[in-house]
Write a protein that binds this ligand. Structure first.
Ligand code: CMC
Length: 381
């Protein structure tokens, strides 16, 4: 780019294309999301998280043997390196899980001899380690804070089932493991969202993959991004009963508060991940005796459709994933960790893409302060 190109001010970067990707395509006006050209609905119905990650990282679906080999590579990395369990048991028990996760992912780098090794192949190995070990970090931190003994991973299980096994110390039913697997598929990648952008910025300085993923986790944590699913659950708890939905939502809209789980920077139509999750959450809620929560969510959606759909505000992925996570027994403050566990696939894929033809990401700021100010000596201020 020539130096003469005049930079434009684009608050929130909503109208800026800052990277190229071959992983996910979003048409926000039509409510379309594809991973490598495959509609998200087809993947949620037919794929598995492992296969979806292969698709994102290799830009094609695997053959049976390729998928078996990739799955074996992931399972071989389920276990945590020595020292990580000690570290988990030294964290404050009341630490917020996202703070714990960010700290623990950062510490994983200390146990990886390849942490600073550059090159696509080393990064792919690190991506597998990060993705495969994160479930053990989350599950074992949760066990530690509840005073329960650690549970070793089970390499005969999928990532979703193994996570639930470690979390609960019991094998999940197929339906519950499938519910988590679907949520992992739906959250795996989403264009240049805030956390992915943050990760790409970090890797564009030629820092390492662990640092980039830690950056991304910190960014995901915010309530305008991945933290929204926890806020949705908090809201459902505050509402308490279906009769309270209308007065609660109307009061919040009147106060110009945001209703968490609604609206999206890119989608001005129904978020296609929410389309799938809405039907799916109903099934999971029915099977697990949580239908009242689902019905409250539906009522919120009806009121929001009446009040703000004209502004292009519809439920996003976080809205029905909150009900789904709750229904399968995941604690409220772990919801954003579930998002992170899946999105590592997207973050790592984007970082590797960024490094292929990397250019430092360094936008400009418009200086709006004063000029020509005198330096006033301390005693004269
Ligand atoms: N509830 C009520 N009004 C809303 C909401 C909402 N959730 N979201 C946007 N609006 C209104 C906003 O008040 C504004 O109205 P007006 O034009 O009258 O001032 C208008 O819609 C446009 O809002 P905006 O802030 O310019 O939109 P944005 O693109 O900057 O914000 C957002 C996108 C996701 C930050 C926002 O919709 C929001 O805060 N939603 C709630 C948080 C949430 O659910 N986040 C999860 C996003 S999906 C998962 C992920 O990718 O992380």
């Amino acid at each position: 780019m020539s130096l003469a190109t005049a930079p434009t001010f684009d608050k929130g970067l909503a109208n800026t294309i800052a990277a190229e990707t071959q992983m996910s395509f979003i048409d926000g006006g039509k409510g379309v999301l594809e991973y490598v050209g495959i509609d998200i609905d087809a993947l949620a119905r037919n794929s598995t998280f492992e296969e979806t990650v292969y698709l994102l990282w290799n830009r094609r679906l695997p053959s049976r043997t390729e998928l078996e080999s990739f799955t074996a590579d992931l399972r071989a990395e389920y276990e945590l390196p020595g020292g990580m369990l000690d570290l988990i048991s030294k964290l404050p028990r009341d630490a917020t899980p996202m703070h714990a996760l960010r700290t623990l992912v950062s510490a994983l780098a200390l146990h990886d001899a390849e942490a600073d090794v550059e090159g696509a192949e080393a990064n792919e190995r690190k991506a597998i380690r990060l993705l495969a070990k994160t479930p053990a970090l989350i599950a074992n931190f949760d066990r530690f804070r509840k005073g329960k003994p650690f549970v070793a991973s089970d390499t005969s299980l999928s990532m979703a089932a193994n996570f639930l096994w470690m979390l609960n110390g019991a094998k999940p039913t197929d339906a519950v493991a499938k519910a988590l697997d679907v949520c992992l598929i739906l959250h795996a990648d989403h264009g240049l969202n805030a956390s992915t952008f943050a990760g790409r910025v970090t890797i564009s300085t030629l820092s390492d993959l662990y640092s980039a993923i830690v950056t991304a986790i910190g960014t995901l944590k915010g309530p305008l991004h991945g933290g929204a699913n926890e806020e949705v659950m908090i809201m459902l708890r505050e509402i308490g009963a279906i009769e309270q939905v209308e007065p609660y939502i109307m009061a919040r809209l009147k106060a110009k508060d945001r209703i968490m789980g609604f609206g999206h920077r890119v989608y001005k139509a129904y978020d296609p991940r929410a389309t799938y999750l809405k039907t799916f959450a109903k099934q999971v809620a029915t099977d697990t005796g949580n239908l009242s929560l689902y019905e409250m969510s539906r009522r919120i959606e009806e009121i929001m459709a009446r009040e703000v759909a004209a502004k292009g505000i519809y439920p996003n992925v976080d809205f029905y994933s909150a009900t789904t996570y709750h229904s399968i027994g995941i604690d409220l403050d772990l919801f954003t960790c579930m998002f992170a566990m899946s999105r590592i696939a997207g973050w790592a894929g984007h970082c590797i893409e960024q490094l292929d033809g990397n250019r430092l990401i360094r936008p400009a700021a418009a200086y709006v302060g004063p000029h020509g100010q005198p330096y006033v000596a301390m005693q004269e201020r």
